[in-house]
Design a protein around this ligand. Structure first.
Ligand SMILES: [Zn+2]
Length: 261
């Protein structure tokens, strides 16, 4: 999946008087209305080199589970119901990982100890689900797992079952409600730790960046939209409405280019 990131160079801007006029002039010179195309990757680091050879790296603020949920929805809109269900399921699994981190932060688990524990379950999703369920129970977080949805997901992924559009939408809605309602619950009693988990995500790349290279953070409004969690009406938009608006949403078309390199 190719995505579009900003082609504006802040190093070039630093070399000017940094007035709004300089910004506009540079934007024009760099042709920054046209984004730079990069391939979505697992490192969450995207390189851009400006015409003056300034090198900058961009990371996305959004969590992996948010991006996966968007990609599943785009696949669904294009008619790939099986791929959509599989990717909605990946989104939910990465959300379990995110929650396990939040609970560990809340319980003052040292990062080295957390990493050691995670390495033992990183490749086994059943272990991750088990850890998530046990922690939800201890933390008083509602268990939203529906066994029939797990069976459905296994049929799609392991038995080659081809889901109908409605089944894929229903499964996506289950995952969306699961994630958004759990986030709302966490935000009520663990908001500091939600924020800490976001900060860990944003600073993960800092020590990988060479000294003379700038790290930018870009953000885009995903369907799950963790960044809107504090809005009063958070989680009230049904998936079908988001899917319908996505078809016309210029921002989505601009960001997700739906092609390969
Ligand atoms: Zn530059």
């Amino acid at each position: 999946m190719i995505i579009g990131i900003s082609s504006f160079c802040w190093e070039c801007f630093n070399e000017t008087e940094q007035t709004p006029e300089d910004y506009q002039r540079l934007k024009h010179e760099l042709n920054s209305d046209i984004d730079f195309e990069v391939e979505l990757n697992d490192k969450n680091l995207y390189e851009f080199i400006c015409p003056k050879k300034h090198r900058s790296l961009t990371q996305l603020q959004e969590q992996k589970f948010e991006i996966l949920f968007d990609i599943a929805s785009l696949a669904l809109l294009d008619g790939y119901t099986k791929e959509a269900v599989s990717t909605y399921s990946s989104s939910l699994e990465r959300f379990f990982e995110y929650c396990i981190l939040v609970f560990s932060l809340k319980n003052s688990v040292k990062s080295g100890d957390y990493d050691g524990m995670w390495n033992l379950m990183a490749k086994q999703s059943e272990r991750q689900l088990g850890a998530f369920l046990a922690l939800c129970l201890q933390e008083g977080i509602t268990n939203r797992i529906v066994s029939k949805k797990i069976e459905f997901r296994n049929d799609v992924i392991h038995k080659g079952y081809t889901p109908s559009s409605q089944e894929a939408i229903d499964y996506g809605q289950y995952v969306l409600s699961f994630i958004q309602n759990t986030l709302k619950e966490l935000n009520q009693n663990s908001s500091d730790y939600l924020q800490q988990a976001i900060n860990i995500h944003l600073t993960k790349n800092t020590n990988k960046i060479p000294k003379n290279v700038r790290l930018n953070t870009a953000s885009m409004p995903t369907i799950i939209s963790l960044r809107s969690l504090n809005n009063e009406d958070y989680g009230n938009v049904p998936l079908i409405d988001s899917l319908n608006s996505l078809k016309e949403n210029g921002f989505y078309k601009h960001f997700y280019r739906k092609k390969i390199q």
